[in-house]
Ligand binder design. Sequence first.
Ligand code: EPU
Length: 436
Amino acid sequence: MLRLPDGPKIPSLPMDKLLVHGNGPLKGSINISGSKNASLPILAATLLSDQPSIIRRVPDVSDTNYMLQILRALGAEVERSSGTVRSAPSEISPEAPYDLVRKMRASICVMGPLLTRVGRAKISLPGGCVIGDRPVDLHIKAMQGLGAKVDMEAGDIVLSAPEGLVGGEIDMRGKHGPTVLGTDNLMMAAVLARGTTVIDSAASEPEVVDLANFLVKMGARISGAGTRRVVIEGVDSLNGVEHTIIPDRIEAGTFMVAGAMAGQGVTLKRVRADHLAAATSTLQEAGHIVQFNSDGNEVHISPGETPRGCDISTGPFPGFPTDMQAQFTAMFATTPGLSVVEDTIFPQRFMHCSEMKRMGADIKVDNGRALIRGVSSLSAAPVMASDLRASAALVLAALRAHGTTEINRLYHIDRGYENIDEKILQLGGNVERVPD
Ligand code: EPU
């Protein structure tokens, strides 16, 4: 296995850009990677045991690499070979370094494991975020609900529970629904707390269930994961275990849209039909053909002959995922008729629309909604990626556009899509990654 370099250093990010030569049809099959959003909390959860854990199918994207750097800075021995990570946190320190934490909001999910294992955690308050206001009040409420003392010190959240955490009943609903990483943090803290914890209004996303399955393998006692009420009986210690991450439903959904917008028969392998119901029904409602194999682990997508616009509104799982909103907005930009896309979870998450307008899209954004009138074609333009899913939407729009689109700030897409350019090439698309 490869060892990561010493110290909390992050390799500098190349300012690559992607040239997308549009309008070539995509055809063939690709494998979907392991889920980024399941990997991040599961890697953090390895901190809960002093024994080593082995996690497979961790996607090689910059967010998982930041998490590995954080684990290492906290004292874990971390090795990575391709998609397999071994994390051995025999002794850990409770302070997550600011230089690493500020790079990724999901770093907040080391809070629960540190606090419950060491009795203390110090982690920087995450800063602003381009997809909208992303407070951490529910994470703090969760830790306080287990008896932690919480202070703010010079931009850091400092938590302590010298006598250990004690189970409680905590509601994780915020004004836009349950919080995913907040539920994860609470579950990770509660597994080693004394007594019973009940999480009401828990997030039920597949990534939360994958984390619960990992924790149960470690010896945790959790019931109800995947429902709105999760019950955890605290245990004294947990073991190191092996685990394989679930497929990335957002990467799969993104390539399903690519198949519908710019495909001639695209097959995605290593998917889970039960995680893709919202994307599937929306694509079908929009007139496209989506067929799963009998095991539900392969899906074939081809564009319908008479695509039509439709309305979507994001919601917690099993609702339509906010992380797929931008990609469907790109699809509706060239779908005949009127579509309305509403994001109730992150109402400001529409940065991709102004870039797509530069490519000829007809989109009006107002108050958390995009009103899209499908145009017959888009034309290439230099565009700027603003966040992970917005970048994916621009790639999709570019695949459908006439001419060569230049997508700048590609590092946003590299946070969460493993080898996206290679996968598009594998499907016969014409893309080039070039240094700026
Ligand atoms: N919220 C609060 N208070 C909190 C935490 C959240 O009010 O303390 C609000 C948020 O502002 C938002 C809503 O609750 O309106 C839901 O946010 P949530 O906490 O669920 O988001 P998250 O857990 O920080 C994860 C994913 C995001 C995804 C959201 C929603 C990871 C690493 N991140 O974030 O993924 O958009 O859930 O499903 O799992 C992405 O992959 O591109 C991405 C942004």
